[in-house]
Design a protein around this ligand. Structure first.
Ligand code: HEC
Length: 142
C-alpha cells in the first residue's frame, strides 16, 4: 500500500518535471521578448503620465545633469549610450540629446514626443518626463 503511494507521488513529480521541460524546450528566448513587450505596453498604458505645463518648471535654468538625475541614466542609457546608441542616440551626450530637441519647444521636439506618444513611451516616468520637458523649455543648458 505504501509502495503504491510512493509510486503514485513520484509519478506525479515526474509528470510535473516533464511538463515544465517539454513546455520550455521548443521556446526561443526571442519568443519571450514579444510577450514581455506586450506586458510592458499594457502596464505602461495603464499608468498615464501626469499632465505637464510650463508652470511646473520652477528651475529657471535646469542643466543637462537634471536629465540623468531624473533617471535617464538608469532607464534609457543601457540602450542609448556611446557604445550602444540605438537610432544613433546617446542620451549621456549633451550634443546627441540637444540634436533631438527644439530649444524652448518641448512639444515640438522629437525627444519629448518620442517618450510621450512615441515608441519610447513604455520606458518613460513622470520624473524623466518633467526633466526632459523643463530642460528643453528653459534653454537646454549644458
Ligand atoms: C530596450 C532598449 C531601449 C530603451 C530602454 C530605450 N530606448 Fe529609445 N530607442 C530604442 C530603439 C531600438 C530605438 C529605435 C527605434 C524607435 O525609434 O522606436 C530608439 C529610439 C529612440 C529615440 C529616437 C532617436 C532618433 O533620432 O530617431 C529617442 C529620442 C529615444 N529612443 C529616447 C529614449 C529615452 C528618453 C529612453 C528612456 C526613457 C529610451 N529611449 C529608452 C531602444 C531603447
Amino acid at each position: 500500500m505504501a509502495k503504491i503511494h510512493i509510486l503514485k507521488s513520484s509519478g506525479f513529480v515526474l509528470l510535473l518535471v516533464l511538463s515544465v521541460f517539454l513546455n520550455c524546450r521548443n521556446e526561443k528566448s526571442s519568443d519571450k521578448e514579444g510577450v514581455l513587450e506586450s506586458y510592458a505596453l499594457l502596464l505602461g498604458s495603464s499608468t498615464p503620465l501626469a499632465e505637464i505645463t510650463d508652470a511646473d518648471c520652477t528651475d529657471p535654468a535646469p542643466t543637462f545633469a537634471t536629465l540623468s538625475q531624473a533617471g535617464t541614466t538608469t532607464t534609457c542609457a543601457n540602450c542609448h549610450n556611446a557604445g550602444n546608441a540605438n537610432a544613433g542616440f546617446d542620451i549621456t551626450s549633451y550634443n546627441s540629446t540637444k540634436n533631438r530637441i527644439t530649444v524652448g519647444n518641448p512639444r515640438g521636439s522629437l525627444l519629448f514626443n518620442k517618450i510621450n506618444t512615441g515608441s519610447m513611451r513604455i520606458y518613460n516616468t513622470n520624473s524623466i518626463n518633467k526633466a526632459v520637458y523643463c530642460w528643453t523649455l528653459k534653454g537646454a543648458n549644458p
